[in-house]
Design a binder for this molecule. Structure first.
Ligand SMILES: NC(=O)c1ccc[n+]([C@@H]2O[C@H](COP(=O)([O-])OP(=O)(O)OC[C@H]3O[C@@H](n4cnc5c(N)ncnc54)[C@H](O)[C@@H]3O)[C@@H](O)[C@H]2O)c1
Ligand SMILES: O=C(O)C(=O)C[C@@H](O)[C@H](O)[C@H](O)COP(=O)(O)O
Ligand SMILES: [Zn+2]
Length: 378
């Protein structure tokens, strides 16, 4: 694939269908790219307006987007959040609602997220709630947002007790991925994104997992061809799951939550921000796999294989100083997980490489054992 080509990944959801575009230098063409998306979904408009949402580290990308739109006659304003997980809060959303009022946003104002998953999830929640729903476009700028958070319509904010507890399903009109944004992405954030990519291999695609194992060097070098292949395949796999269970009703979409029951508890208990989401996913995968071993679903070799790949891309395998957090606190936070039914924990667990299942009857004692063996306070 030449670097100049733009790839298209469709997400087929009836009248909420959209496409994910992956290419270089797309930000500057935002106005031209999103115009047909808007016309198809909401009709032609005379005085287009856009509410741009970004964070302080990526304002230059938001400026490129506003320049493109304003050159085509759009009225725009930019809402800039502080970077980091703590911005996924009701206080930030409340300020954004005030700005939307001040901007005189109407039902046709497009909310455009330009940033990582924090910006995308928050902006999506603004779009889902203001005026009972505004059109929404995702322009992700982290690897994690490219491969996961920008796709599938889960939007929301955190509750101090649990991740993403307040939210909605609100699909974007489209996703525009400009791979040039990788140039400024710090190493820690870059590595964090690979946790969700590796997750897809474990849950759905053994061959993709092997491809990642064979490309550690190019991954570390941020080689464009491998990056593009990994982003496209991840988006395809996520789209296939979301197409079958958009609202996570049948349990099918829950496979995307592999490692997340542990991950979300660790994120909340370490105070949102100590661990990046991708780092917590990496740690959560290790724990979930160990739990699967204890349940006799897999051999230790499969856990070791996942650890090998996570470690090779530089991801953490445990929380720092786990002894400061008690096992009971973790179990308590796990019970706030959205997969919990009637107070009973449910976990997504592997049966083999490329396949996972949502498991109902997980003995809490085995979960405790994994945590105690990981060094948490008993
Ligand atoms: N909705 C979903 O389906 C879904 C899926 C996965 C994760 N998430 C959520 O996504 C969030 C994590 O997203 P994230 O990992 O992108 O973190 P993030 O949004 O916090 O971004 C990470 C950091 O990188 C900076 N940054 C972003 N792009 C940059 C660039 N190109 N150059 C320089 N700096 C840049 C940001 O300012 C921030 O400091 C979590 O809140 C997680 O819960 C949601
Ligand atoms: O899109 C999904 O569905 C996912 O589970 C993807 C996850 O990577 C993501 O972290 C998501 O935000 C978790 O959703 P939640 O419903 O457990 O909050
Ligand atoms: Zn995730």
């Amino acid at each position: 694939m030449s670097n100049q080509e733009t790839s298209h990944v469709p997400v087929n959801l009836g009248d909420r269908s959209y496409e994910i575009l992956i290419g270089q230098g797309l930000l500057k063409q935002t106005a031209e790219i999103i115009h047909p998306w808007l016309v198809a979904k909401a009709g032609e408009r005379e005085h287009p307006s856009a509410f741009l949402v970004t964070d302080q580290n990526v304002t230059s990308y938001a400026e490129a987007v506003s320049q493109s739109l304003e050159s085509q006659g759009w009225r725009t304003t930019t809402f800039t959040m502080e970077p980091g997980e703590t911005s996924k809060s009701i206080e930030v959303i409340s300020k954004a609602w005030d700005s939307l009022v001040e901007f005189r946003a109407d039902r046709r104002t497009v909310v455009i997220a330009i940033g990582g998953g924090v910006v995308g999830d928050s902006a999506g929640f603004m779009a889902a709630t203001f005026n009972r729903g505004l059109p929404f476009v995702q322009i992700p700028t982290t690897l994690l947002a490219d491969v996961d958070s920008s796709v599938g319509g889960k939007v929301g904010i955190n509750h101090p007790q649990a991740k993403n507890l307040i939210g909605a399903f609100h699909q974007p009109l489209g996703v525009l991925i400009d791979t040039q944004t990788f140039k400024t992405l710090p190493d820690r954030e870059y590595k964090a994104g690979w946790a969700e990519v590796i997750k897809y291999g474990v849950i759905l695609d053994e061959e993709f997992f092997a491809f990642l194992e064979q490309n550690i060097g190019p991954i570390q070098q941020r080689e464009e061809t491998v990056l593009r292949a990994a982003i496209s395949r991840s988006c395809e796999l996520k789209a296939q799951v979301v197409e079958q269970d958009e609202y996570e009703r049948t349990g099918l979409r829950a496979v995307l939550n592999y490692g997340h029951t542990y991950c979300h508890a660790f994120e909340a208990l370490t105070g949102y921000g100590e661990l990046l989401h991708g780092e917590a996913v990496s740690i959560g995968i290790v724990y979930a796999s160990r739990l699967a071993e204890k349940m006799g679903r897999i051999e230790q070799q499969l856990t070791d294989q996942q650890i090998g790949l996570l470690d090779a891309v530089g991801l953490p395998l445990n929380v720092t100083s786990p002894e400061r957090i008690s096992v009971e606190e973790i179990i308590g936070r796990m019970k706030l997980d959205k997969k919990t039914v009637g107070g009973k924990l449910r976990f997504v667990l592997p049966t083999r490489l490329g396949h996972v299942e949502l498991v109902e009857d997980v003995p809490e004692e085995l979960v405790r054992e994994t945590l105690i063996e990981g060094g948490f306070k008993s």
